[in-house]
Design a protein. Structure first.
Length: 255
């Protein structure tokens, strides 16, 4: 529950409704909401009047409003690397023949902002718009490794160090040791740390001033590759992230 007054509560309600991933009735939303019925109704009425929610009187359901969609589209263009990176990701996916992920960091978590699925033989948990922990993903570790000390300290405090697989880092000390190696190598590996059977090689996206703003990974399965064989993609991956960073430098992306 938000502590930021009415605006915070309204944002909470929008997130709750978005989580349904379909139009939802008031009673469904109320059941999932921490707010009393009267408060929730008042907030939803205001959001509907402002075009942030849309109400279908026939189905008696609420969904995201067009005003919110327009704002989200504008925010995507201003803060996401996806539009800049898209043609480069296409090239990388065609060359590698594996799944490509583009990610940025938000509140210590990895936000996947684009994806190229090169194979129908497997799927990863990483989907565009979803978040994942930084400590257990290749893209997350690639970003963490190239953060400034103060940004890294904040991000590490935001890690819960949930152990998803036997290979997941469980504490700061073990993660920091690997981050040191990543800075030396220029790439990070996910060795089945978030999903069993899924591995990846990842590299950071650096602006001209050295700030890290995201990462790209090439993901595969242990049936198709190993961390050692993924090394073959390192030159192409580093070339792709360098090109994205060069094109992103004139823009002011959140870091």
């Amino acid at each position: 529950m938000s502590a930021d007054g009415t605006v915070g509560k309204a944002c909470d309600v929008l997130e709750q409704i978005a989580a349904f991933k379909r139009p939802a009735r008031f009673n469904e939303i109320l059941e999932a909401s921490p707010y009393p019925k009267a408060t929730l109704y008042r907030l939803m009425q205001t959001l509907t009047n402002q075009g942030m929610l849309a109400y279908d009187p026939e189905a008696q359901t609420y969904s995201m409003g067009l005003r919110l969609v327009r704002m989200a589209h504008a925010a995507w263009g201003q803060t996401s690397l996806a539009p800049i990176a898209a043609p480069i990701l296409d090239e990388l996916a065609a060359e590698a023949g594996e799944t490509i992920h583009l990610a940025q960091m938000e509140n210590g978590q990895v936000l996947f902002v684009d994806k190229r699925r090169a194979s129908v033989l497997f799927e990863t948990l990483a989907q565009t718009g979803r978040v994942a922990p930084a400590h257990s993903t290749g893209v997350g570790k690639a970003i963490l490794a190239f953060m400034s000390p103060d940004r890294l300290e904040r991000a590490l405090r935001q890690q819960a160090f949930v152990k998803y697989t036997p290979s997941t880092h469980e504490d700061v000390a073990s993660l920091m040791a690997e981050l040191k190696q990543i800075r030396e190598d220029g790439v990070a590996f996910d060795r089945e740390e978030h999903e069993q059977g899924i591995i990846s090689i990842a590299a950071p996206i650096l602006l001209g001033n050295g700030k890290v703003v995201g990462a790209v990974s090439i993901a595969s399965t242990t049936n198709r590759n190993s961390p050692e064989t993924l090394q073959a993609f390192k030159p192409s991956l580093l070339d792709a992230t360098a090109r994205i960073g060069e094109q992103a430098t004139p823009w002011q992306f959140p870091t």
